[in-house]
Design a protein around this ligand. Structure first.
Ligand SMILES: Cc1cc2nc3c(=O)[nH]c(=O)nc-3n(C[C@H](O)[C@H](O)[C@H](O)COP(=O)(O)OP(=O)(O)OC[C@H]3O[C@@H](n4cnc5c(N)ncnc54)[C@H](O)[C@@H]3O)c2cc1C
Length: 316
């Protein structure tokens, strides 16, 4: 069996595509798991799952220990060989705890997974994106976490037949107690799903100047703005949901416009899968031009208003 789990439905659909491919090669079935509900079971079946296990359990706030305890039982009961878990914050903690419980290996943030000699091989970026580590499992079951957008979901097959197994699971209660949940301050931006992103970096002198980026994004009807780490983390001119890169969000828009961004590897790691990349930088030697399809060498304070006006005229 190949097991697929994430608390994010969209990510689960992406994992199902890879899970199905691996299951086919290993002559196994792919099962998706819902924990604490069965709301997405039909969608999972229609996007490739052979069956869905809906684990009924008395759960409240997410605690990785408790979810790992449930998954451990499911893995053992179903003789699961490969576990694919969505690589978000909860998923990475869950995968690490599950691998400890099962005394097996775990590879996180894989951008490619395939079968070689009946074993799973993973690929992931290391050294801030300067190299790709290719690793093969020696232990069993094989646990892999996969970030959003690494794979596309399979197209929906209406009425796909498959079993939904509802089962109650007892689990090990966590000894920890959550005393307060505080929501992170965000501006509700979703750079990961954006088709057009205009991004700003330290080439901007003041917070107010970021309006130049907003105006260009509006003219392109994209409306999504992103930024390099210093803008969100150090200067705090934008909230962290705009932050793109290795330690921020990984994005895959059709168009990415980098304004006043030098193009350090940690930034490139988050936007290298973009369709068309346009870079605006006053330094002709800036690294960002190596990752760009179109480069404009110039002062962004002069280039951006002109570009925005030209696009407004063209797009009406
Ligand atoms: C572990 C680790 C993780 C990291 N994760 C991330 C991450 O997720 N995302 C990220 O972005 N960074 C990350 N960084 C930081 C990264 O290394 C760079 O420091 C950062 O990306 C630089 O941001 P910047 O390009 O905005 O600024 P700078 O490097 O200062 O570049 C500013 C650019 O603006 C240009 N410029 C200046 N004035 C103008 C003007 N008037 N017109 C046009 N161009 C102008 C300059 O020529 C320069 O190229 C990480 C670093 C580490 C060590």
């Amino acid at each position: 069996m190949v097991l697929v789990y994430s608390d994010d439905k969209k990510l689960t659909l992406e994992l199902l595509n890879k899970g199905k491919e691996l299951a086919k090669e290993l002559h196994k079935k792919v099962i998706a798991v819902c924990i604490g509900h069965d709301s997405f079971a039909k969608d999972y079946l229609e996007h490739g799952a052979d069956s869905v296990i809906a684990a009924e359990a008395d759960l409240h706030t997410f605690k990785a220990e408790e979810y790992a305890s449930i998954l451990e039982k499911i893995v053992k009961e179903n003789n699961v060989e490969v576990v694919l878990i969505g690589s978000n914050k909860n998923g990475k903690e869950l995968a690490a705890r599950l691998s400890a419980k099962l005394d097996t290996g775990c590879v996180t943030d894989c951008t490619n997974v395939y079968v070689k000699d009946k074993k799973i091989v993973t690929e992931r970026m290391v050294y801030s994106g300067n190299a790709i580590a290719v690793e093969q499992f020696l232990s069993h079951p094989q646990i892999v976490t996969i970030p959003p957008k690494a794979f596309n979901p399979l197209p929906k097959t209406e009425g796909h037949k498959g079993e939904v197994i509802k089962k109650k699971y007892d689990f090990e209660r966590s000894p920890s107690k959550i005393t307060k949940v505080q929501e992170m301050k965000t501006e509700g931006v979703n750079v990961e799903d954006a088709e057009i992103i205009v991004s700003c970096g330290r080439g901007f002198k003041n917070k107010d100047d970021i309006r130049l980026v907003r105006e260009l994004a509006d003219a392109l009807k994209g409306r999504t703005i992103g930024c390099s780490r210093p803008i969100a983390a150090d200067l705090k001119w934008l909230s962290e949901d705009h932050w793109i890169g290795l330690s921020g969000h990984k994005v895959k828009p059709k168009l990415y416009i980098a304004c006043g961004i030098s193009g350090q590897i940690q930034h490139i790691a988050g936007m290298r899968d973009s369709g068309v990349v346009v870079a605006i930088n006053k330094d002709p030697e800036a690294l960002i031009f190596k990752s760009a399809d179109y480069g404009i060498v110039g002062d962004l304070y002069q280039v951006l208003p002109k570009l925005t006006n030209a696009i407004r005229e063209k797009m009406g």
